[in-house]
Design a protein around this ligand. Structure first.
Ligand SMILES: [Mg+2]
Length: 510
């Protein structure tokens, strides 16, 4: 329904100037479900990859090399794998590992495999279709599949593929299941025994991006009357070093990072935090537990705990809490399943992907125009086939001189049919060419993070289903009011999109 002219006039007068601030596309907050920030009292943040932005390639490279060394030194892998170099481009979030066949694949939102590699060799479509087309892929079958859904897990997928490629390339047989388990054990070991974190601590500037807007963004939320909390799986000593590096003294009002937060919970053991009943412990200034916590107080540090106790002690919960995290399962999906917390997912990759798509906006536009042409040509082809069919039947029933005009018509129709067929073939090739160029420009192996072909990828679908908001960085809140009404775009089902159907072209033409 159109606005009444008077109302429309008033609105347009109000908007008759450039927007107050243009938020760059890659820094916007996107909305899956309406969220009114003025109804939120408590805003929580994860630390790693959420408040603290790692330089991805550097930390992945370190994790890759340390794990590789451990596989050779402690798990008996041949020294041939020692010289491997991390191929960061080969792994993106949202890939699945098939531990039975040694493959990596990407799924669309229907859980259909879209592309697949064995090691780093693309598997011919016939091969992977045989493996995955007729079976229902259940990623929950963790004996068979692993789902790479955190940035933290990228090196393990790369190790899996690159080691298979190296060993099989030298004629060795690989036990894929064992390899994956050994990689997991080694990578966990590198993280758990502090080997990795010790290197990071020595080079904080090298491993973290200092985001000057993160302090102001937190401050703006606090000024808007929100309480803030930190809920991280990292333990206190690491949290203190990292957040101290990123936040201490960034704003004069906050000499210490701790002052930004009303409640600080470290070692939270998410996703267990949302479903288990681990006790909440209070820590002393050195990060040592002093006993169970009877209250949550500003300026103190807590460890562990669970959702129920946290909400009771914070005196706030449910839909008045917004939690900002980067892990689709641990931070977002699990919290959605167990609590009413609203969620904002930080997807660091969004910034690059949007920049890429914006740079190629003309191609994206052309692709979408060509995709709307495709069903029209499909229809045209089918209608013409049908018409030709009917004409041939008619010809079969006709004798003598009466056949001549029908034969002429058939000749014309065949030639038109051929033209349509050629046009469709050309269009398909052109769409394929554009799609390939667009995808390869982003990632030559896997294409876009949020898409697989012209469908959403499984990862994209999960972000859409589980995160109320999503954005590239936690600091993007700075560009919005603490009273912001985040409105989701009106969802349209296919039947609402007004696709144009061609007028029937059939028997009536005969
Ligand atoms: Mg995290």
């Amino acid at each position: 329904m159109a606005l009444r002219p008077a109302v429309a006039g008033d609105i347009l007068r109000l908007l008759d100037h450039p927007p107050v601030r243009e938020i760059p596309h890659g820094r916007q907050i996107f909305v899956n479900r309406n969220l009114r920030l003025d109804t939120i009292d408590l805003v929580g943040f994860d630390m790693d990859y959420t408040l603290a932005i790692y330089r991805l390639r550097k930390i992945e490279e370190l994790s890759f090399q340390m794990t590789l060394r451990r596989l050779v030194d402690s798990c008996g892998y041949p020294p041939e794998i020692g010289g491997l170099e991390y191929d960061w481009e080969f792994v993106i979030r949202g890939l699945a590992v098939d531990k039975q066949h040694g493959n990596l694949f990407k799924l669309d939102r229907f859980n259909h495999v879209g592309r697949c590699y064995h090691g780093r060799r693309p598997l011919p479509a016939d091969d992977w279709r045989r493996l995955y087309r007729d079976v229902k892929i259940r990623l929950s079958d963790s004996a068979r599949f692993a789902w790479i859904d955190t940035l933290f897990a990228l090196p393990e997928a790369a190790l899996f593929a690159q080691i298979i490629e190296r060993l099989e390339g030298r004629g060795m047989t690989v036990d894929y299941g064992r390899l994956y388990d050994d990689i997991r054990t080694s990578i966990d070991g590198v993280h758990r025994d502090d080997t990795l974190k010790a290197v990071i601590r020595r080079d904080l500037d090298g491993f973290f991006v200092k985001d000057p807007e993160i302090g102001p963004a937190l401050h703006k939320l606090r000024s808007g009357g929100k309480k803030l909390f930190l809920l991280t799986n990292s333990l206190f000593d690491y949290t203190d070093v990292v957040l101290g590096h990123l936040l201490d003294g960034l704003l004069p009002e906050y000499p210490s990072w701790r002052q930004y937060f009303d409640f600080i919970v470290v070692g939270a053991r998410k996703p267990g935090f949302f479903s288990d009943r681990a006790p909440l412990l209070e820590l002393d200034g050195e990060g040592r537990p002093v006993g169970p916590a009877g209250s949550l107080e500003r300026g103190r540090i807590y460890q562990g705990g669970n959702l129920t106790d946290f909400e009771r002690l914070a005196g706030l919960g449910g839909e008045r809490v917004l939690y900002v995290g980067d892990h689709i399962y641990g931070d977002i999906l699990r919290s959605k399943k167990s609590s009413l917390w609203r969620t904002c997912m930080v997807v660091q990759e969004l910034e690059d992907e949007l920049e890429h798509l914006d740079r190629h906006a003309a191609e994206v536009q052309r692709l979408s125009e060509e995709e709307t042409l495709r069903p029209r040509l499909d229809d045209e082809l089918n209608q013409r086939k049908l018409a030709l069919n009917l004409l041939e039947k008619k010809l079969g029933r006709t004798e003598g001189d009466a056949r001549l005009p029908i034969e002429n018509e058939r000749r014309v129709m065949k030639s038109e049919l051929e033209q349509v067929r050629r046009a469709l073939r050309d269009l398909n090739l052109e769409i394929q060419r554009l799609e390939d160029a667009l995808e390869r420009g982003m990632n030559r192996y896997w294409g876009l993070l949020f898409k697989e072909g012209n469908e959403n990828s499984r990862f994209g679908e999960q972000v859409e289903n589980y995160a109320d908001l999503y954005t590239s960085r936690a600091s993007n809140f700075l560009a919005y009011s603490p009273m912001q009404y985040f409105r989701s775009p009106r969802a349209a089902m296919p039947h609402e999109r007004g696709e144009v159907k061609l007028a029937p072209f059939g028997e009536d033409r005969l």
